[in-house]
Design a protein around this ligand. Sequence first.
Ligand code: DGJ
Length: 726
Amino acid sequence: MIHISSDAARHCIHLSNGRVSYVIHFAAGRYPVHIYWGKALRDVQDNTVVRRTGRKSSTLDLNETPLDRLPQECPVFGCGDMREGMLQARHADGTEALELRAVNYRVEDGKPELPGLPSARGEGARTLVLTLRDEASGVEADLNYTLWEDTDVIARSAVIRNTGSTPVTVEKALSFCLDLEDSDYDLLTFQGAWAREREWTRRPLVMGDQGNGTVRGASSHQANPFLVLSRPGCTEEAGECMGFALCWSGSFLANVHVDQFRAARVMMGIQPFDFSWTLGPGESFTCPEAYLAWSGEGLGGLTDSFRALIHGHLTTGAYARTERPILINNWEATYFGFDEEKLLSIARKAKEMGVELFVLDDGWFGKRDSDNCSLGDWTDDLRKLPHGLKGLSEKIHAMGLKFGFWVEPEMVSPDSDLYRAHPDWCIHAGNRPRLENRNQLVLDLTRPDVRDYITETISAAIRRADADYVKWDMNRNINMIGSAYLPPEKIRELPVRYILGVYEVMRRITAAFPQVLFESCAGGGGRFDLGILSLMPQGWTSDDTDAWMRCRIQYSTSLLFPPSAMGAHVSAVPNHQTGRVSPLATRAAVAMGGTFGYELDPTKLSDEEIEAIRGYNRRFRDWQKDLFYGRFLRLRSPYETDECAWMTVSPDGKRAAVTHVYRDGSPNEIPGLLRLRGLDPDADYRDTDTGAVYGGDELMYRGLPLYGRQGDYSCRQFFLEKTEEA
Ligand code: DGJ
């Protein structure tokens, strides 16, 4: 039962779903300050903002105790708070002061739409909309707080409105601020690079600024819009922690500032660097939604809450809660060097292996024999596919396989008919030379004609191919920011308008083809965020398909994203990114930690390998729903040990799958015990392969025997089922 109550005498609003509480107080009756977020409280009797003032904040004199000392819900620049704020606006006279006072609040069932932005659905939710107003300028801000019955996540977003009579330029529009009482936390961030995305990095907070962010125009390989604060000593299963994730795919800022009182201020939102947005009278700007999860049961508790949010309220489309086809993608098998016969030979063999979907990657259109041409020309290359996408798709479908293909709709190659016809359709800075990256330029998605062109050409290709699946790639970031369409005063709006344009075309195309499975990609995991996930239920996690590297990448990614969101494939050895050779069984076990498929040439596999693969496919089909939608638990970290282990408990609690991978085979090791979690201590579980039976208590408190190490990158998988007697 969601409860949003106000207490006029204490100037408080208390939001609770019975498990967590969030309490806001109005200092001096008008400035919203943060009192509490954590385990559910019955009530807050005392609203002293202890650490900062030692006084009841309702009696504060703001001249004596400026906003600088208060833990605020919506700090702004220019009116007493000397720390970085959440909002900043420049008025027509050039001044920047804002004094936002609470003027109103309302409670709604569900949650408000955020126009143009992806956001979670509001079933089973209630929302507090708190309105603040700067009387002198007429600038207003709505702060939205949504709570759900079934997950301990609070969604926060903000809408800035100009109700005045002159234009206002918004210089900073972050989605939320959370001012904590102290800074006794570790900070976890997930930064990386191409092929080693989202490295798990944990360090104690220190005074000053720390965090994460990007100015690349995409959430990026290098950063991820996700932060965690955990109390020192917090583990996977115990301790207090908070997770903050942004539903936004462009440049962002995720910052934690530890101030003069050693209190932490967490803020996230659209990157303010190189951003501004002018609001004419009556206009408004909506900030993307952020999700704040609190757990008193360790990092695993955050994963549980985010999973409930993602599966229950965020992902959309026919595949959001279902099984997905096991796929084979030809990229690492052929790169650009294929013809129809080669593709059909891969598909035939894949069908024999038990694969269900054939995916044709880059190189099928224009005259694309390498990455130096044809992006934007979404016409079939009849040299490689004499019967076009349609002919190939018909043959693949006739084999009993589904068919899908790759596109990179946001890009244009200078060597393309599209570029020759519309040289002004790309992002470019006036007459300066256009800076290419991977031989390509970024289309200006602020332009309606570009958005229509993408929607029409990609839709035509999907129809022509009668496609069941589309992989939507994006392989470069934005620089030389400029547009032949936007007027000079709106160029600083371009990075945001670009992402709004991406969302619009994605929404139009996915809505037109509800039966198609869409997988996002950005040179691997270069735009792996909740914004894109809300439009496409799975994303290519990384171009690194090496099993051990994938253990690291998937382990850290799993803190926020469930396996159903993580594209993962078995590839050939030596691995194309690392040169490493790992056993087929390990590559398969690691790919089962995600959406599962293949990225290799099956015509080059031995009969034994094909037979083994048939077994993996049978296993995955049997367990897929449990692996995707069950409870995911991290058991051993590849960032702290030379092992990686995780498990999934099925939604009905009757089955559990456990995977354990070793990095180094080391001689004369004593067999270890792997403690499991999330089982029923009173039940017995049977290993479905060996028939061995263990008590749930025994598996959790003593551990599962792993036997000896078997060599570099070896792995063990256990598939356990509750015995009937239990
Ligand atoms: C980058 C992707 O991550 C790869 O999987 C592949 O699709 C290539 N692009 C194709 O150019």
